[in-house]
Design a protein around this ligand. Sequence first.
Ligand code: NAP
Length: 298
Amino acid sequence: MAGQIIDGKQVAADMRAELKEEVAKLKEQGIVPGLGVILVGEDPASKSYVTAKERACEELGIYSDDNRLPADTAQEDLIALVNRMNNDPKINGILVQLPLPKGLNESEVLLAIDPDKDVDGFHPMNVGKMMVGEKAFLPCTPHGVIQLLLRSGVSIKGANVVIVGRSNIVGKPLANMLIQKNDKGNATVTVCHTRTKDLAHHTKQADIIIAAAGRPNTVTTDMVKDGVVVIDVGVNRVEDATKKRGYRLVGDVDFEQVKEKASLITPVPGGVGPMTITMLLYNTVESAKRAAGLVSDE
Ligand code: NAP
């Protein structure tokens, strides 16, 4: 029997509606959450991400300070802009869209962001706090994955979770979050990568598979057990002459086959993607509440 599809667009829309209400309540107290956005250069994918983030801010009533800089921007000018935002009380979160053009030092820029405004959750201070189980901004894509699971009624506690991928933005933070002793964690986690000896051996044991490899068909139907829950983080372009733009987007999982065995599965697009921006907005609202000295709900 085919499994149910986890509708990431719907879950994201529900969360955004909750956030919109929260923003409206904060406004009654004179608090307007603000996001500072920095885009350097002309990369089309980055431009469309940034535009989507700015639109989402507008929709929720979050103030956004948009800065589009030329690709030849000097490192010190970029750092100066980050510092200006660090000191601007109207800004609760700073987003530097990655990747930066060649010649700019990405890690230096990310380190310049005030950890209290690091709504992407990439600053080592937040990464460290998350690791030791202290309150921190959680990175958006992994936190989005966890929200998708929880809001779909999946029990993470005690589950065998296999993550395919160990990047600093998805696999590693996700593994960390899932092993924490809290209501988003308590899972038993295996992290696989390109040096893993027998990927299928691990995925076959999994109650939950999270694929974040960046390669189509990394997880196929022979690699999963009946009833598995599958979250596909991957976004890959594959040639498709039937499409106007010449390609279509697919995840890392063979969706059509695996959905026949899975109890729950996310599609690509329409699964994890919509959650990533939502969690950025969530962190920005959270930051505004912290700055105002309001007790957070977590
Ligand atoms: P990444 O930095 O390229 O990392 C990929 C990871 O997958 C690496 O750890 C790699 O292992 C592992 N891997 C690759 N092929 C594998 C295979 N055949 N078997 C086992 N492990 C394999 O990628 P990323 O930034 O984490 O992103 C992963 C995917 O998620 C990409 O498609 C990206 O576009 C997508 N993504 C989506 C969102 C969203 O919002 N939807 C957000 C972020 C990323 P090694 O470490 O050994 O090289």
